[in-house]
Ligand binder design. Structure first.
Ligand SMILES: Cc1ncc(COP(=O)(O)O)c(C=O)c1O
Length: 410
């Protein structure tokens, strides 16, 4: 191991580690990546089926993205948002097309966007603006946002309050007001929770960090109808599930929904930090100069990357790639005795196991050169890059099956 890796505390030497312990102490340091492969500080090679948690959709060190970063870094990285820059407008239009199902509309001059976009730097920040939109675009007396139990929306204080995971709130109480968590999938409870303070319903169509739990189509369409009946906003958090991850541009499109606000991040920068909020024009109109901002939001470097990401996803039909990955994983895991079920869509899947052994399985897989995420004690989450080849999926599934079959027979 390199002395740098030792200093960083890898392999348990953590006494002098300068990094706050907000994640479990890492035992591996990664140095390099290429597509779905990663190399650690020992030179060991891994297949990465975590993909930066649904960030690296176009693969590690994607050469086209690397070229854009290099070029734009040598040209202009940031100016204040007091002034316009080159790419933000273009990316906002492409996001509008993707959200509204018009991705193949060719002409910019004649395209009339349905919504407007605010650029930020992360998923939590995207949600923070969604909450502000819910408050400002409804009325000052409406501020409560209804979210789902088990949901995850980020770690800033309001985003944390929105998460339907009370154990995450406890160390930081009291939480900001204005968030009510409704039992996931319970439409009556959602209906009962609406009162004169309710501003919006905010949902992940497929819960990610909560365990990869898709809402049912019936629940989502009833939830949307309920917001229309009561004059609330219907907002979706597509930070993890967006941008071809589930086999559609956004996971809400599997259910034919028409959200007012869409939160986006992760894959938009393929590892370069950028987030975005798309909001219907008439709601965006409730904001005026000074109501929100971000020093880095929409900077020319981030938006140059996002422009290229969207161009590649569209050009190479990444929705189809996600669908093929799902098909292959489902087929190869179909007769593994340890597997109860596979849930999710596209390349955002969880493999539910008979026993609470996901941590042990993930640790063993890592030793064998495969990275997967033990998202619950009984489930493994797979969010590989959408560039992962059929051979790589097969290789990864072989490693996983070997481990699971050994667990069953032992
Ligand atoms: C659905 C969802 N929303 C928000 C976030 C927070 O994003 P970030 O970590 O970029 O703040 C995440 C992160 O995993 C997420 O999955």
């Amino acid at each position: 191991m390199s002395s740098h890796a030792e200093n960083m505390g890898v392999a348990g030497e953590l006494q002098n580690c300068p990094i706050m312990p907000t994640y479990a102490a890492p035992s591996i340091m990664f140095i390099r990546g290429e597509g779905t492969e990663l190399w650690d500080s020992e030179g060991k090679r891994y297949l990465d089926f975590v993909g930066g948690l649904a960030v690296q959709s176009l693969g590690h060190a994607n050469p086209e993205i690397a070229e854009v970063i290099g070029e734009q870094a040598g040209k202009l990285t940031q100016v204040s948002n007091y002034w316009a820059t080159e790419h933000a407008h273009h990316v906002a239009i492409e996001i509008d097309k993707a959200v509204t199902g018009n991705i193949n509309e060719p002409s910019y001059s004649s395209y009339n966007p349905t919504g407007q976009v605010f650029f930020c730097n992360s998923g939590a920040e995207a949600n923070e603006l969604a909450f502000k939109i819910a408050r400002k675009a409804t009325s000052q007396s409406r501020y409560t946002i209804l979210t789902a139990t088990d949901s995850f929306h980020g770690r800033t204080l309001a985003a944390l309050a929105a998460c339907g995971q009370p154990h995450k709130h406890e160390p930081f109480a009291p939480m900001p007001q204005g968030f009510t968590h409704i039992a996931r999938g319970d439409i009556e409870a959602l209906n009962d929770a609406v009162d004169e303070t309710t501003a919006a319903v905010h949902l992940e169509p497929i819960l990610g960090e909560g365990g990869v739990w898709p809402h049912t189509s019936d629940y989502l369409s009833k939830a949307e109808s309920l917001t229309r009946e009561h004059g609330l906003l219907f907002m979706v958090d597509e930070v993890q599930s967006g941008l071809c991850r589930t086999g559609e541009w956004f996971s809400f499109q599997h259910y034919g929904l028409n959200p007012d606000v869409v939160c986006i991040a992760k894959a938009l920068g393929n590892g370069f930090p950028i987030g975005a909020v798309w909001v219907k024009r008439e709601l965006a109109a409730s904001f005026e100069a000074g109501d929100h901002g971000s020093t880095y939001g929409g900077n020319p470097l981030g938006t140059a990357v996002a422009r290229k990401v969207l161009e590649i996803m569209k050009r190479d039909n990444y929705n189809l790639k996600a669908q093929l990955i799902e098909e292959q994983i489902r087929t190869s895991m179909s007769e593994v005795p340890q597997v109860i079920s596979i849930r999710g869509n596209g390349a955002m899947l969880a493999i539910e196991l008979h026993q609470a052994i996901s941590k042990e399985v993930a640790a063993e897989a890592s030793i064998k050169g495969l990275l997967v995420n033990p998202i619950t004690p009984t489930a493994l989450r797979l969010t590989p890059p959408l560039t992962t080849s059929a051979d790589q999926i097969q290789k990864g599934m072989q490693i996983l099956k070997g481990i699971l079959n050994a667990q069953t027979s032992s």
